[in-house]
Design a binder for this molecule. Structure first.
Ligand code: PGA
Length: 248
């Protein structure tokens, strides 16, 4: 059994006082001993203070994006080595909000993931279909294309985690049925097996409206190896309940 990973994506939310307080609460909760691994991905402004809070504690720190280059004239961007230097072990790439709002392509996502891996960061690579693509019966094909075009050659099951996030489920309160999630996760696992040695052994998270109330059901799906949690990761009670719903 793969150990489940519960990852909180805070998106563009959190100021210093409440963000560091939330990180402290999560660290204390996880410190009580939990079967799952826990990762928090605050906005870039909070990485350094939260790096101090999670240091030597069983909570991992990740960023929400990185640039493909090591450094240079890229105003407003943050490179993978900078994230590593700030204390991150992980970075999310290819989130649908970045694909949609920043025009990121599969090739961009691959370049970012490559930069992250080259700098010692583990990658959470997001894929997922729109509602229209799902209604047209294209979800599996879309996800396979995203994986084939964005998983970097250097990735291994240990350094790359896939997050399946149907776009229509993000922030909407809707989720696919457990059977649908199970089927697409098995499909993703098959595609990953064709893309890298041992690819079928990698972790696949589900993301999209994971809440305290549905976490146990979603995390019990055999091929779900954890959750990427947006809105509910901003509440200590909700995120703690999701952590507690995970299996080891
Ligand atoms: P949500 O977001 O949990 O608020 O639906 C998930 C995500 O965007 O990663």
């Amino acid at each position: 059994m793969r150990r489940q990973l519960i990852a909180g994506n805070w998106k563009m939310n959190g100021f210093r006082a409440e963000g560091t307080a939330l990180a402290r609460e999560i660290v204390d909760h996880v410190g009580l001993g939990k079967p799952a691994e826990v990762l928090i991905c605050p906005p870039a402004t909070l990485l350094l203070p939260i790096a101090d809070i999670v240091a030597d504690r069983p909570v991992l720190l990740g960023a929400q994006d990185c640039h493909r280059a090591k450094g240079g004239a890229f105003t407003g961007d943050i490179s993978a080595p900078m994230l590593k230097d700030a204390g991150c072990s992980h970075v999310i790439v290819g989130h649908s909000e970045r694909r949609a709002l920043h025009g990121e392509t599969n090739a961009d996502v691959r370049a970012k993931a490559t930069a992250a891996l080259a700098n010692g960061l583990s990658v959470i690579l997001c894929v997922g279909e729109t509602e229209a693509e799902r209604d047209a019966g294209h979800a599996r094909a879309i996800v396979a294309t995203q994986l084939e075009a964005s998983v970097p050659p250097a990735a291994t099951p240990a350094t790359l985690t896939i997050a399946y996030e149907p776009i229509w489920a993000i922030g909407t309160g809707w989720t696919p049925s457990c059977d649908d999630i199970d089927a697409i996760h098995r499909h993703i696992r098959e595609v990953m097996g064709s893309l890298m040695a041992g690819g079928t052994d990698g972790r696949i998270l589900y993301g999209g409206s994971v809440k305290a109330l549905n976490a146990a059901e979603l995390l019990a799906i055999p091929d779900v190896d954890g959750a990427l949690v947006g809105g509910a990761s901003l509440s200590y009670q909700d995120f703690a309940a999701i952590i507690d719903a995970a299996r080891g």
